[in-house]
Design a protein around this ligand. Structure first.
Ligand code: CP
Length: 301
């Protein structure tokens, strides 16, 4: 491997599984620096071009990357599959290669299929940042989740974090699991039998046990990835695995409630819980900006 390709790999962010605890800490610390900055604009990347390439829908990730890029002064190109030549049958590789040919310095990329990002990263010669690939990883979501927990509790070691819901289809669950275990957090899952991911190294607990956690992390039921009505009736799911108002009232006083969003209101979480005092759902979104500033800066500065 040449020095250049090693550098590109080091600056890319494909997942948290392969990232060391020290590298994660360094990104969290840098995010804290950007969060504390009193300047909205810090144009340290004003000569850099960044392409946001979303081949799957997004609101939070896409716009927080764009805000982060603009706050760092980068030149931003927004690619949207729905209005691109993808509609004429152009491949993901040809699309990314096209933007690379035009001189982008880094690419933010969200993809539906698993495995494509890893292949792209072998061929594309600019740093790539994973904005969510299939059910594999969503590293910047994992980072902003760790950042939110660290802000709340000071440290991650010893925290009990229960991730509840559609673990099978969740890249958020995977990125959180990989990263939190590096810091000595106790990660556990709670999920219906048919939405479990047995290959992941964490125990499953009951809903009653889940409610005794320091962090109660709800997952979106990803209906668009389900085959043949995997969830069953929404009301039955809510009764068994939803964070209802009644259940939320029983969590420990110091606990926080998280959800990556978008949210199926009234299915995995009740309306009244979403902005309750123990919820950190909107602060998670707020924390996404400094985290993504740190990640883009790491790729380009
Ligand atoms: N949490 C998250 O990835 O949200 P979006 O799909 O809206 O980006």
């Amino acid at each position: 491997m040449t020095t250049t390709s090693t550098l590109i790999k080091q600056r890319s962010l494909l997942g948290l599984k392969e990232l060391s605890k020290e590298e994660i800490t360094s990104i969290l610390d840098r995010a804290a620096y950007w969060e504390a900055s009193s300047n909205k604009l810090n144009p340290v990347l004003h000569e850099k071009f960044v392409a946001n390439m979303f081949f799957e829908n997004s609101t939070r990730t896409r716009f927080s990357f764009e805000v982060a890029e603009k706050r760092l002064g980068a030149q931003v190109l927004n690619f949207s599959a729905a209005v691109s030549s993808v509609q004429k049958g152009e491949s993901i590789y040809d699309t990314v290669r096209t933007l690379e040919s035009m001189g982008i310095d880094a690419g933010i990329i969200r993809l539906k299929p698993n495995g494509v990002l890893a292949e792209l990263s072998e061929k594309i010669k600019v740093p790539l940042i994973n904005a969510g690939d299939g059910n594999n990883e969503h590293p910047t979501q994992g980072l902003l989740d760790l950042y939110t927990m660290r802000k709340q509790f000071g440290e991650l070691k010893g925290l009990t974090v229960t991730i509840i819901g559609d673990v099978l289809h969740s890249r958020v669950a995977r990125s959180n699991l990989y990263a939190l275990q590096k810091f000595g957090a106790n990660v556990q899952f709670c999920s219906p039998d048919n939405l479990r991911a047995p290959e992941l190294n964490a125990p499953y607990v009951t809903m009653e046990e889940a409610l005794r956690s320091d962090v109660v992390m709800m997952l979106r039921v990803q209906l668009e990835r389900h085959e043949g009505g995997m969830m069953g009736p929404a009301e039955a799911y809510r009764e068994q695995f939803g964070l209802t108002e009644e259940r939320a009232a029983t969590i420990v006083p110091h606990a926080i409630i998280m959800h990556p969003a978008p949210i199926n209101r009234g299915v995995e979480i009740d309306d009244a819980v979403i902005e309750s005092p123990q919820s950190r759902i909107f602060p998670q979104m707020e924390n996404g900006v400094p985290i993504r500033m740190a990640v883009i800066e790491r790729a380009l500065a």
